[in-house]
Design a binder for this molecule. Structure first.
Ligand code: E4P
Ligand code: PEP
Length: 443
């Protein structure tokens, strides 16, 4: 099995850190290889079954969280705020969109970032780019930017702590449907989206009271299934956390329920695609505007040769100005080929621009327009718009412009806290959920 799982080592692997000491890396990898799994293979299979329902048009994916998690951000408040945002969005989609929602966090492992440039220049000083807390430090000093393999271990432990909190919140009463009001009790409650949410929560209360009176109180009302995911970028880490499932004898990357391949590492003959072809998790591939239908079909052949529903999700990230032009041919040809795919829309990564202040940002209107384009294309082709993949935080940050509070480019510096790309804040995320629910109902 170890040769089978190591075939990727012969192939070009983009975006890997230049570890200064290979011996140190080997020591850390050996340690990671014997640590307990973060998730169980059976849970990965459950997610695969839920994603199979998405490919059949019976459910909708909400996948989201930080662009780049940080070790410092793995606190009870930080995790609870993200979870709260996702639960609020999911309830809006379920209630207003009338669709079961598969909830997947970009959480408990999203610690590595692919970068457009290998270095960063500030005031004439050039240093290696920050590649996520799993690799090097965010501080702009030569020491902090040196890749340090000890960080792989910290990423594992930070993921474990986060997942522990997520499991406690989602199964220990916090995600109970009777808590719909509690998720809305802070700064977001005063926003227009927060007020709209409160009205919806009151309707849910009434529906619950009615069902209770009828004697119905299913377990699904008292907790939610919640899954973890990240971009499996640093192959030494994800390989070290791959274990053979004792039930089936099949290998799973047990660092997360779902892992995805990024737009920058999805080449057919790349180490990433090879590694992913060997694991049995549900997997995603990001597809940008230059993807051809032939590229997508070749990925289907390599990554899902048995055409297993729920195994492969395509996460398209075209940009608002390109999606209506580029997505139709992809979806049409892949569908004509009979491939079982869950199609989901990442409306963030194709819509980033630099504000005059130098902050990377995104306009909420562009984000919503890409989602609208995604629904239009699928409606036109008679295929299923299967979900959204977004970057958000539970905090009141000012990183994306627009929304009901009209965050302007001049406001970005007020609370710009992301370690990499700009995220939607709580009320922008809720705004988005209402919009997506409307689009879903009318599609
Ligand atoms: O999150 C995605 C990428 O890591 C990010 O967009 C890269 O940003 P960069 O273009 O600043 O390197
Ligand atoms: C890097 C990312 O996206 P993409 O690969 O689509 O650029 C990401 O989602 O963090």
């Amino acid at each position: 099995m170890s040769n089978y799982l190591d075939s990727w080592r012969e192939l070009p692997a983009a975006q890997q850190p230049e570890w200064p000491d290979r011996g140190e890396l080997d020591k850390v990898v050996a340690e990671l290889s014997v640590l307990p799994p973060l998730v169980f293979a059976g849970e990965c299979d459950n997610l695969k079954a839920e994603l199979a329902a998405v490919t059949r048009g019976e459910a909708f994916v909400l996948q989201g969280g930080d662009c780049a998690e940080t070790f410092a951000g793995a606190t009870a408040d930080g995790v609870r705020n993200k979870l709260k945002t996702l639960l609020q969005m999911a309830i809006v989609l379920t209630y207003a969109g009338r669709v079961p929602v598969v909830k997947i966090g970009r959480i408990a492992g999203q610690f590595a970032k692919p970068r457009s440039k290998g270095t960063e220049v500030r005031n004439g000083v050039e240093l290696p780019a920050y590649r996520g807390d799993m690799v090097n430090g965010f501080d702009f000093t030569p020491e902090s930017r040196i890749p340090n393999p000890e960080r792989l271990l910290r990423a594992y432990h930070s993921s474990a702590v986060t997942l522990n909190l997520v499991r406690a919140f989602t199964k220990g009463g916090y995600a109970d449907l009777r808590q719909v009001h509690a998720w809305n009790q802070d700064f977001v409650s005063e926003s227009p989206a927060g007020k709209r949410y409160e009205r919806l929560a009151r309707e849910i209360d009434q529906a619950l009271a009615f069902m209770h009176a009828c004697g119905a109180d299913p377990a699904e009302f008292h907790g939610v299934e919640f899954y973890s995911s990240h971009e499996a970028l640093i192959l030494d880490y994800d390989r070290a956390l791959t274990r053979v499932d004792s039930r089936t004898g099949e290998p799973y990357d047990v660092s997360a329920h779902m892992v995805w391949i990024g737009e920058r590492t999805r080449q057919l003959d790349s180490a990433h695609v090879e590694f992913f072809s060997r694991i049995r998790n549900p997997i995603g591939v990001k597809l940008g505007p230059t993807t051809t239908a032939e590229d997508a079909l070749a990925l289907v052949d390599k990554l899902n040769p048995d055409n297993e529903p729920g195994r492969l999700t395509f996460i398209t990230r075209m940009g608002a100005s390109k999606i209506r032009e580029h997505l139709p041919a992809l979806v049409e040809k892949v569908t004509a080929n009979g491939a079982q795919i869950a199609w989901i829309c990442d409306p963030m990564h194709g819509n980033t621009f630099e504000a005059p202040s130098g902050h990377k940002t995104r306009r909420l209107d562009d984000v919503l327009d890409e989602v609208a384009g995604f629904f239009e294309v699928h409606r036109e082709l008679g295929t299923h718009p299967g979900g959204i993949h977004i970057e958000f935080t539970g905090d009141d940050v000012t990183e994306c412009v627009g929304g009901a509070y009209e965050i302007a480019e001049d406001d970005l510096a007020l609370r710009y806290e992301t370690a990499c790309d700009p995220r939607l804040n709580r009320s922008q995320s809720l705004d988005m959920a209402f919009r997506v629910a409307e689009l879903y109902r009318s599609s």
